[in-house]
Design a protein around this ligand. Structure first.
Ligand SMILES: Cc1cc2nc3c(=O)[nH]c(=O)nc-3n(C[C@H](O)[C@H](O)[C@H](O)COP(=O)(O)O)c2cc1C
Length: 209
């Protein structure tokens, strides 16, 4: 499959089959990530592979709670009750939770701080430009991973969690806070076929000069 075909084939999958994914496939997805371009070639990525069902359940309980807290005010303004909000997100997360394995992606702030500043993590984080360039690097790493999963016939998803859940996630896995939680990618076989909306290059062109 050409790279363009793989790019077009990738869909965000939110309902997974429980079928197992091999270690080799997980390894090759991470390998695709670490070959992404990165600011100053820092490669500021760290990964955690999670396939333990009890820990997966703990992670999703924490996620549901933090998303509901995060969305509560906006839902209230729209007239959505707390129960409805909870049920909606529970249903959405239950589909994702079925994936057999999750790759957690962290931003290695210490590596970034040593590459870009005096090695002090708070100095790095307070410098928006440098910090963002590291975050951009992790985004590219994640996109490579999503594409490799697609090329292997596997489903995946980029999904966002409230920033308040970062520290509890590190605590859950006993990960040092110098590794900043970035995202968690479910990997597995898709149990849905989301349609792709059509688009053409012309729709996005400002001009040809
Ligand atoms: C920055 C970013 C944040 C996203 N956050 C979420 C999310 O929190 N939950 C989710 O289900 N999908 C999330 N997505 C996936 C998008 O909804 C999805 O890419 C978009 O609807 C297009 O669908 P496709 O990925 O199947 O082409 C996110 C995607 C990006 C790039």
């Amino acid at each position: 499959m050409s790279i363009l075909d793989t790019i077009k084939k990738r869909r965000s999958i939110r309902i997974f089959k429980p079928d197992k994914v091999s270690k080799k496939e997980i390894n090759s997805i991470i390998e695709a990530g670490i070959w992404a371009p990165s600011s100053g070639n820092t490669k500021p990525f760290k990964f955690l592979i999670l396939d333990d069902r009890d820990k997966i359940n703990e992670f999703f309980a924490l996620t549901l709670e933090s998303i509901v807290r995060w969305k509560k005010e906006a839902a209230k303004k729209k007239g959505i009750s707390l129960t409805e909000l909870y049920e909606n997100y529970k249903k959405y997360l239950d589909g994702i939770k079925k994936a057999p394995v999750f790759i957690f992606v962290f931003l290695d702030l210490e590596k970034g701080a040593h590459s870009f500043t005096d090695g002090n993590v708070p100095h790095l984080v307070s410098n928006g430009y440098l910090y963002n360039s590291l975050r951009d690097s992790v985004f590219l790493c994640v996109e490579n991973m999503l594409l490799e999963a697609t090329a292997l016939g596997l489903g995946s998803l980029y999904f966002e969690l409230p920033s308040a859940s970062k520290t509890p996630i590190n605590k859950l896995f006993s990960i040092n806070n110098s590794n900043e939680f970035f995202t968690c990618i479910p990997i597995g076989y898709a149990d849905e076929e989301p349609p792709a909306d059509e688009r053409t290059v012309e729709d996005f062109l400002l001009d040809i000069i």
